[in-house]
Write a protein that binds this ligand. Structure first.
Ligand code: ADP
Length: 189
C-alpha cells in the first residue's frame, strides 16, 4: 500500500501534483478541499457549515473533518493506496490519520512537503482566484489562510520528521520538474 501525504501551504501545487501521482501510481485521491466544495455546491448542511469556515480562511473543526476523511477512506475498495491532499492540517488530524491507517494495518509511506516561497504563493493564489473564481482566493482570505498555515499546519513538518516520513520537495520550477523530484522520492520507498 502506497499512502502518500501531499503537504504544503495553500497554492503550493498539491492538487496539480496529486493528479499526476494518481495517474502514474494508480492510487485513490482524497482532497478534503474538493470534498467540501462539492458539499457546498450540493447545498448540504455540511456544505453550509464548511462555507462558513472556508470563507473566513479558517480550518474546519478537527472532529468534523476527521469523520469526513474516515468515511471517504471506507468507500475505497481494493485500493492500491491513497494520496491525502489537504489532510492532515493539524497535529490532531495527523494523529487521527496514523490511528486510522494502523487500524487497517497500514501507515503513511511518505510525506511530501511542497516548499514554495511566500511571495510566489500569493501570486499563484491571486491568479487562481481571477481565473477560477474560487471564493477563498482573494487577497484578504489568502492572507488569513497563510497565517493559519503557519500557526496550525506547519508544525506537521517536525511531526513527520519525527515519524521518519518527511521528504522535502522544491515546489518552485516547472510542473514536470517538480513531478520528477516527487516520482524519484516515491520510487525510493
Ligand atoms: P488550499 O490548500 O489552497 O488552502 P484546499 O482546497 O485544500 O485549499 O482547502 C480549502 C479550505 O477547506 C481550507 O482553507 C479549509 O477551510 C478547508 N479545509 C480543507 N481541508 C481541511 C482540513 N484537513 N482541516 C480543516 N479544514 C480543511
Amino acid at each position: 500500500m502506497l499512502n502518500i501525504v501531499i503537504f504544503g501551504a495553500p497554492g503550493s501545487g498539491k492538487g496539480t501534483q496529486s493528479a499526476r501521482i494518481v495517474e502514474k501510481y494508480g492510487i485513490n485521491h482524497i482532497s478534503t478541499g474538493d470534498v467540501l466544495r462539492a458539499e457546498i455546491k450540493k447545498g448540504t448542511e455540511l456544505g453550509q457549515i464548511a462555507k462558513s469556515y472556508i470563507d473566513q480562511g479558517q480550518l474546519l473543526p478537527d472532529e468534523l473533518i476527521i469523520n469526513i476523511l474516515a468515511s471517504t477512506l471506507d468507500s475505497f475498495k481494493d485500493s492500491k493506496g491513497v494520496i491525502f491532499d489537504g489532510f492532515p492540517r493539524t497535529i490532531a488530524q495527523a494523529e487521527a490519520l496514523k490511528a486510522m491507517l494502523a487500524e487497517r494495518g497500514q501507515q503513511v509511506s511518505i510525506m511530501l512537503d511542497l516548499d514554495v516561497p511566500e511571495d510566489e504563493l500569493m501570486t499563484r493564489l491571486i491568479k487562481r482566484g481571477q481565473e477560477s473564481g474560487r471564493a477563498d482566493d482573494n487577497e484578504e482570505t489568502i492572507k488569513k489562510r497563510l497565517v493559519v498555515y503557519h500557526s496550525q499546519t506547519s508544525p506537521l513538518i517536525d511531526w513527520y520528521k519525527n515519524e521518519g516520513q518527511y521528504q522535502h520537495i522544491n515546489g518552485l520550477g516547472t510542473m514536470e520538474g517538480i513531478f520528477a523530484e516527487i516520482a524519484e522520492a516515491i520510487d525510493k520507498i
